[in-house]
Design a protein around this ligand. Structure first.
Ligand code: SF4
Ligand code: SF4
Length: 329
């Protein structure tokens, strides 16, 4: 096991905690999902963003890298899900090509969508495109109240998000029988752990349907990662140590078996490989003896790799645990 030297907190290290709980070093068990980060450009600039994404970012995956990813997927059918993220992934000019080719290969495709991208000039066709290709949409909506969403994600974001969700519903998203999956993501507005996922999902369903007639499939509760913009906010508020202690005190040994890096591999916009999107944002590379780019992909070595960990891993293992697919326990 390798551990990042990043001085994110003075609390005991994540590897010490694993040892104290008599847990083995983190190691991958398969690569079920290839998570592809196609770039850092976004039409929003949210306070909690772990990517530091925004309209001025220029990092974008090229068509050449997309082709390399498709070649790897053709050779490795065990990677059954392609999880496309960003920034706003739809702003990459290759997004629609990547989606349609992955679907043609029979892969489940996830679009991590901020919803407001539907209102960017030239992107109004996206809801129909996503429905036509049966793309699973995972959309951020940190609250069902306008004030809270706009506070975290920017003025007017809530209203546009609601309209976007209504557009997706009109196409059949959120209805079990149509096979068009619409999942929402909740993350706390400040340095707190998320509440119980099942209870919050029930509240979201009731509130969104009664207020706006919106239906969706699942709500994923996600813990804010103490990295990048959220980390800067913690320091600015003088609440960094408080938040790290909260994560450490709520370490849940049962979540460790299910952390997403055990079944996922992350590809950066430049084709570099990482254990997860968080390691990618921290520039924490894979172990030294492993392939470092998608061009060097080697399934056997990567599927059983030792995972590079750091203090931010407490964000995945606090409380009910947290991943791109919500709570872990
Ligand atoms: S959190 Fe998502 S929508 Fe917000 S700035 Fe980051 S990538 Fe964009
Ligand atoms: S941050 Fe989470 S997903 Fe990433 S390496 Fe740590 S435990 Fe695994």
């Amino acid at each position: 096991m390798k551990e990042s030297a990043m001085p994110i907190s003075s609390v005991r290290t994540f590897s010490q905690t694993l040892i104290e709980h008599q847990l083995p070093a983190l190691r991958a068990q398969s690569i079920h999902t290839l998570q592809v980060n196609v770039g850092k450009r976004c039409n929003q600039t949210c306070h909690h963003c772990h990517v530091d994404a925004g309209p001025s970012r220029t990092e974008m995956m090229t068509r050449e890298t997309v082709e390399t990813i498709l070649t790897v997927l053709r050779r490795h059918p065990q990677m059954i899900t392609v999880d496309i993220t960003g920034g706003a992934p739809e702003l990459n000019p290759c997004f629609e090509y990547l989606v349609s080719e992955c679907r043609a290969l029979g892969r489940t495709v996830i679009d991590r969508c901020n919803l407001t991208v539907f209102f960017v000039k030239g992107k109004s066709h996206l809801p129909e495109f996503l429905a036509r290709h049966q793309v699973e949409v995972i959309a951020s909506l940190p609250c069902y109240l306008e004030e809270n969403v706009d506070q975290q994600r920017g003025t007017g974001v809530f209203g546009r998000s609601i309209t976007a969700l209504q557009q997706l519903n009109a196409l059949g998203y959120g209805q079990e029988s149509r096979g068009l999956v619409l999942n929402l993501v909740y993350n706390p507005l400040g340095p707190r752990l998320p509440p119980d996922q099942r209870e919050l999902e029930a509240t979201y369903k009731e509130e969104l349907f009664s207020r706006f007639g919106i239906r969706f499939n699942r709500l994923y509760t996600v813990t804010n990662m103490p990295i990048n913009r959220f980390l800067k906010d913690l320091y600015a508020q003088g609440r960094h140590d408080e938040y790290m202690n909260l994560l450490v005190e709520h370490f849940n040994p049962h979540s460790v078996e299910n952390v997403m890096c055990r079944t996922l591999l992350s590809v950066g916009w430049d084709g570099r490989l990482y254990d997860c999107d968080f390691n990618q944002m921290l520039n924490l590379p894979l172990g030294r003896n492993l392939p470092q780019t998608i061009s060097d992909f080697a399934a056997d070595a990567l599927a059983q790799r030792a995972i590079t960990i750091g203090q931010h891993c407490y964000g995945c293992t606090a409380g009910a645990g947290s991943s791109c697919g919500g709570a872990l326990t």
